[in-house]
Design a binder for this molecule. Structure first.
Ligand code: MN
Length: 248
């Protein structure tokens, strides 16, 4: 098996090397990652300039683009051999509920769905993780048995791992996305010339975080695994919408 590994925290992120070392035990591995932190890049592609990919000293390809650029160019031009699967992460910080819409980690996995293999995004439930090895173990366990999963081939698995030693993790839980309250407001500051600047504030607290959600599973010591799809259509509104539009 040939795995393409990417992330959104950049090619020097400490977790990336730990996951890469672990994946190499079971698969051929190519790492293509942004040359800097591109967290919250979502599914953006770079269209207004060419993208450069260089092999770094650690053997990883570093790309001056977004996580989506990395996977896109890897699959469609850079790699001589097509991968069988895309894995993204481990991210520093959780990607649960509404986070998945902004996440570059999830976006890199999403871009991998073109391959027709389940892609995996993995995130640590801490912004300063100490137990990346737990993410590596969780991903390896999923990987080695994914052939038995009976999941549709374009499913994206969004995995969130409590920042605990593996022996303190209680197991895997299948979850749905929870939801957050609206995010905190921007933080307003001034540049040295007195011009106002704005820092995007932190995400909101958990709102829909009951049993069955990703928030609930990780809070209770489980690895949360949420199956994601790309179709954002709100099917239960189609009927009312059709009636309404017919009356306009
Ligand atoms: Mn990140």
């Amino acid at each position: 098996m040939h795995i393409l590994l990417s992330n959104d925290d950049g090619y020097l992120a400490p977790g990336l090397e730990i996951l890469a070392d672990s994946l190499r035990e079971n698969a051929e591995l190519t790492v293509v990652a942004p040359d800097r932190n591109r967290s919250a890049a979502s599914n953006s592609l770079t269209l207004e300039r060419p993208i450069r990919a260089q092999q770094a000293e650690n053997g990883f390809y570093k790309v001056d683009g977004t996580p989506t650029d990395c996977v896109h160019l890897a699959i469609t031009g850079l790699l001589k051999k097509e991968p069988d699967m895309v894995i993204s992460g481990p991210n520093d910080g959780p990607n649960m509920g509404d986070d998945v819409l902004y996440s570059g980690t999830v976006a890199a996995a999403t871009e991998g769905r073109f391959l027709g293999y389940p892609a995996i995004a993995v995130s640590m439930c801490s912004y300063e993780p100490e137990h990346y090895e737990s993410a590596a173990i969780a991903v390896t366990k999923l990987l080695l048995s994914i052939a038995d999963s009976a999941l549709p081939k374009d499913t994206i698995l969004n995995v969130n791992v409590p920042d605990l030693p593996w022996h303190d993790i209680k197991g895997f839980k299948a979850t749905r996305l929870g939801a957050r309250h609206k995010s905190e407001g921007v933080i307003i500051d001034k540049d040295p010339r007195g011009v106002p600047v704005y820092w995007v504030g932190p995400p909101g607290d958990e709102q829909d975080a009951g049993e069955g959600t990703d928030f609930h599973a990780t809070k209770n010591g489980f690895v949360s695994v949420t199956p994601l799809q790309i179709d954002l259509t709100r099917y239960d509104s189609l009927k009312n919408l059709t009636t309404w539009l017919g009356s306009i």
